[in-house]
Design a protein around this ligand. Structure first.
Ligand code: CDP
Length: 806
């Protein structure tokens, strides 16, 4: 007996494949300060670009004079819209089919809009020069309130669109109207409402916030005029799309553009789109012939590059007296700012908002979204969510609580009564989606049992009675959120960006000694792809994850992919990885059969190699097969062991979760303390439970920030408030609650490894849980809905309005 032969379990453990809590390999460099970010790039002769920005939210520009600025030693150039017109780049297309000024062309539409680009030897000189660029503005009437955008006398914001009553998404009803999007059955829904025992109607706003990654948006553009090649390093969540767009705009052939996204310090949707900074850096490098760096500061990031949300959702539910829901009607007023720069797949002007029926079996629904222009920064990006799914989850989860209140029913019981049942999957929703899988009842029961839901309700009732008797000034709220996500954009029949179909890709190359390099079309911004992608490959082809190097972000080497956002990486690229690995395993089987002199049908896969069925001693490991693949392949089989897969998913994946938040609120100070937060997630097959837990912790922290204070506000004059971390709530470990995490596993039936995305779920599900907790606390005082964010001042004000204090 050879007792040093590892057991099957030992061989499996050595792979560190799927299901293993493998430590993040990228952290070796991050924790030692060795990450390579855009701002670490220093090229010979590199200069810096910075923007002159508008102090006014709506104004005509009558003069730009850079004479004094150009006199400062070290200032190289000052670009304006007139210069960009010479290369046809004064305006650029947005991801939403609109156009956007790169530099102000005759007028500005929001405060801090880019007016001129100063190029100087260093950033300090550029900043000094900015002060000396003279710009004359003629102020125009300002439009901030989206509800007034379509008033007959509302100021005309987009003069370039004057007279155009057709936009990228159909007819426009007003000069500030962008689109109207309708889905669902209006007649059936009206009938459901007319026959309902109970209806509710509430205007639920999801305020304007911002992804605010710690690393801001930035790039370095370097034009080699001799070779006619452009290299662009940048904080790009979708490097290949940036290359394609850069080629189309600049007419530089795509193979002569090299886009490289190095390490990225958080994206959260902020780094998907194209910004004036990128275009101006490219043009400046072409003009000056030297590399140009542009790095946003925090205020520029918060006030100009891509906000999120700003959805105002008038929501109506119809139900029978026993709580069975019979209809849903939502009208959304979507404030897109000065340009429609939403990051949504082209066919979906409101993203996947039509997942608004949530986890419930609505027989009919009717959804309309109106997008409008205002004098605010453009954006509307998917801040850690899958294209407006966060707004949808907040809308339905808040509305279900309001309905429960009207029916005098427990909100958990109302949800359970209306859940899509397990036997209904695949489930066709009233607004057009096919939910692939789910087991909502099991997840909800597990969550309720774990937190002791019924006891908490009893405690809450006792506290309310004590409050009414004047014995305490503290009230208690229990927030429930049972959300369904839709991630994995996407089937190319449904999803494209500017005509580029949303598939994804993986290339795996096994070297002769059995180590691996693998490249993907995705780009991690902190999600740990280098760790988890290797785990999928390890399980599929039996090579230890430590022997697999994962590389992303270089368009010269990676196969074409649509990048990382909206939790699409695991559902799409994760599938491509598994399928590319399976191609390699198939070829390996042919090689092993040749080596063992048997038919390939006589072989079976066993953890890390092939063995002859019924004779496990006759086996070849993947390492042995890899050597043979190059050096002794079977006759008629070409040497080498590598594969590429481009994966166009048949459907999205539908992760879900049950979140509970228990909150204690002091009505006299408005301070809300999260006593417990329990998050149960179901993301199908779990690749790395530790990374999932990290993703959930991070997303919940963002959800806490958004619900409890984070906001980009504008005053009535159009001044942007909250554009620094002094005012914009970014929670630290001090404020952040303790998280309890849990899971169930319902694999996706169409995904090769059954995995669904998870990165967005905690943001999507967390916000309604927090908001429902605050709202639930005040319900017994007669309130139905209090708008977010629930910072102490607003909570104190709500308590005052409800008569809880003077
Ligand atoms: O697209 P993005 O990477 O932001 O989101 P994701 O696909 O949800 O993946 C986030 C991280 O969680 C990645 O490292 C995934 O590999 C990991 N994950 C996992 O371990 N198991 C899942 N079922 C889903 C994601």
């Amino acid at each position: 007996m050879n007792d040093i032969t590892p057991t099957r379990e030992q061989r499996e453990a050595a792979l560190e494949g799927m299901g293993c809590k493998r430590k993040r390999v990228e952290d070796v460099r991050f924790t030692q300060g060795q990450g390579q970010y855009v701002d670490d790039i220093k090229l010979p002769g590199m200069v810096f670009g910075d923007f002159v920005r508008s102090p006014y939210p709506h104004a005509r520009i009558t003069k730009i004079d850079a004479t004094e600025a150009l006199k400062i030693p070290g200032v190289i150039a000052v670009l304006t819209a007139e210069d960009l017109k010479g290369v046809n780049l004064a305006w650029m297309p947005t991801l939403a089919g609109d156009v956007q000024m790169v530099l102000a062309d005759g007028k500005v539409l929001y405060q801090n809009q880019e007016v001129a680009f100063v190029v100087a030897e260093n950033r300090y000189i550029a900043d000094d020069a900015i002060q000396l660029v003279e710009v004359d503005y003629e102020e125009l009437p300002v439009l901030i309130d989206p509800f007034k955008a379509m008033d007959p006398d509302a100021p005309v914001l987009r003069e370039d669109l004057e007279g155009k009553m057709e936009g990228a998404h159909g007819p426009r009803d007003h000069h500030n109207h962008i689109f109207k999007w309708h889905v669902g059955d209006s007649e059936e829904t009206a009938k459901a409402f007319s026959e309902a025992d109970v209806t509710i109607k509430e205007m639920i706003s999801y305020h304007r916030t911002h992804p605010s990654p710690l690393e801001t948006c930035q790039c370095v553009a370097s034009m080699d005029k001799v070779k006619g090649e452009l290299t662009l390093w940048g904080t790009f969540q979708a490097p290949h799309v940036i290359r394609t767009v850069a080629s189309l705009l600049s007419t530089i052939p795509e193979h002569k553009i090299h886009v490289i996204a190095p390490d990225i310090g958080g994206g959260f949707g902020n780094k998907v789109g194209a910004y004036p900074g990128y275009i101006c850096s490219i043009v400046a490098s072409i003009v000056t012939g030297v590399p140009v760096k542009w790095v946003e500061d925090r205020m520029e990031n918060l006030s100009t590059t891509s906000f999120a949300r700003d959805y105002h959702m008038t929501t109506e539910l119809a139900a029978k007296a026993d709580g069975t829901v019979t209809g849903l009607k939502v009208h959304v007023l979507a404030d897109h700012g000065g340009f429609d720069a939403c990051a949504d797949p082209s066919k979906w002007p409101a993203g996947f908002f039509n997942i608004v029926t949530g986890s419930y079996d609505f027989p009919t629904a009717d959804l309309t979204v109106d997008g409008v222009y205002t004098n605010k920064a453009p954006g509307g990006v998917a801040y850690r969510c899958s294209f407006r799914v966060t707004e949808a989850a907040y809308c339905i989860e808040r509305a279900m609580d309001v309905l429960a209140q009207k029916l005098d029913m427990d909100p958990a019981d109302l949800r359970i009564k209306n859940f899509v049942r397990q036997d209904q999957f695949p489930y066709q929703s009233a607004l057009g989606w096919e939910y692939d899988s789910g087991d909502y009842h099991t997840a909800m029961q597990k969550a309720m049992d774990t937190i002791g839901y019924r006891q908490l309700r009893e405690e809450q009732k006792a506290k309310q009675e004590a409050f009414q008797r004047g014995e305490t000034r503290e009230i208690m709220g229990i927030g429930i959120s049972f959300f369904t996500e839709i991630v994995g954009a996407g089937p190319s029949k449904n999803c494209d960006i500017l005509g580029v179909a949303m598939f994804d890709s993986a290339e795996i190359r096994v070297h002769p000694t059995g180590s691996v390099i693998s490249r993907m079309g995705t780009k991690s911004q902190g999600q740990g792809h280098e760790t988890t992608w290797a785990q999928i490959i390890a399980t599929e082809i039996g090579i230890p994850a430590d022997d697999i190097m994962v590389e992303e972000g270089n368009t010269d080497t990676a196969p074409y992919g649509l990048g990382t956002y909206g939790s699409r990486s695991t559902p799409v690229a994760g599938a491509a990885i598994a399928l590319a690995a399976r191609k390699i395993r198939n070829k390996a089987q042919m090689i092993a059969a040749h080596m063992l002199e048997v038919s390939e049908y006589d072989l079976e896969w066993d953890v890390d190699g092939f063995q002859v069925k019924g004779n496990p001693q006759a086996r070849k490991s993947m390492k042995e097969i890899a050597w043979a693949a190059y050096n002794a392949p079977p006759p008629n089989l070409e040497p080498g062991l590598e594969a590429v897969s481009y994966y166009d998913p048949p459907n999205m994946t539908y992760p879900f979760g049950a979140y509970f938040c228990v909150m204690d609120i002091d009505v006299d100070t408005g301070v809300a303390k999260t006593r417990r937060f329990y998050a149960l997630d179901d993301c199908g097959t779990r690749i790395n439970p530790m990374i999932i837990e990290g993703q959930v912790h991070g997303g919940l922290t963002e959800a806490f920030a958004i619900a409890m204070g984070q906001e980009i506000r504008y005053d009535e004059m159009g001044n942007v408030m909250g554009a620094s971390f002094m005012d914009f709530f970014l929670p630290t470990a001090v404020e952040t609650p303790h998280w309890e995490t849990d899971h169930t596993v319902t694999p996706s039936p169409h995904h090769p490894i059954g995995a669904k995305g998870v990165g967005e779920s905690p943001n999507v599900g967390g916000v309604p849980a927090f908001s429902n907790a605050v709202n639930n606390a005040f319900q017994f005082l007669g309130s139905t809905h209090i708008q977010m964010p629930h910072d102490a001042w607003r909570v104190w004000q709500a308590a005052k309005d409800l008569g809880a204090h003077d």
